[in-house]
Design a binder for this molecule. Sequence first.
Ligand code: AMP
Length: 262
Amino acid sequence: MKILYNLEELEIAKNEYKQKSIAFVPTMGALHAGHLSLIDRANSVAENVIVSIFVNPLQFGPNEDFSKYPRDIDRDINLLKSKKVDYLFCPNFTKDELLKIKQISAEPELANILCGKFRKGHFDGVVTIVNYFFELIEPDYAIFGEKDYQQLKIIEAMVNNLSLNIKILAAPILREASGLAMSSRNVYLNQSSRLKADEIYKNLSSISEEIRSREEIQGIINSYKEKFINSGFELDYLEYHWSRIFIAARIDGVRLIDNMPA
Ligand code: AMP
């Protein structure tokens, strides 16, 4: 695995890989098995795999966890070495370099619901960086997890709107044995909040089952909203879109998201 720390090193790598098919896996690091499953998917479709690790400041609001977002590049590099990864791109942009990046807006219809309502500008920051990385790397494929399903829809729309020649592939959510969706932010959970977090999957599974067997979706959702709140969750949303149930909830100050078909 070659590690590329800046644009010059990426240019040299591009000369090496330009004849090969490339699958790109963008991440913010603090890698877990969910990220690694995206790398397996990437290897199944392309000759070379490029992973990026970049904690994107543009997608964090002023009161969010950018500065304390978990970072451990040495651990991440070791994990990546357990897989076939041809290149790791982990740039360190200065403020000036970030300001020069062409700003892109996320499709408002997709970006103003769910997380977009609670994280203003978040998806504009995501598409700006993803589009920049697409321009730099020029992959044939890019793999995104359904864990961030709204982000996946927004990236698909961006690729469509900009007529980019990149195939977006969706990877299923990898979960802990308890059902909790794997997330870099799970490290913030202490033992008791972790147990509480397990209720997310249990309740989403029940909601999903109930929605499939009954009609009044809103009634079902309202009763589970109450259930979550009574168990001590602070709910940002519990909503039904694209035939899936979506949740964003805070437990002891840690914000978790999840979704599943329903
Ligand atoms: P992040 O590092 O959180 O920005 O995530 C990088 C990519 O990994 C995104 O496409 C996520 O949707 C995906 N991802 C994160 N957690 C999981 C998971 N538990 N299962 C599958 N993909 C995931």
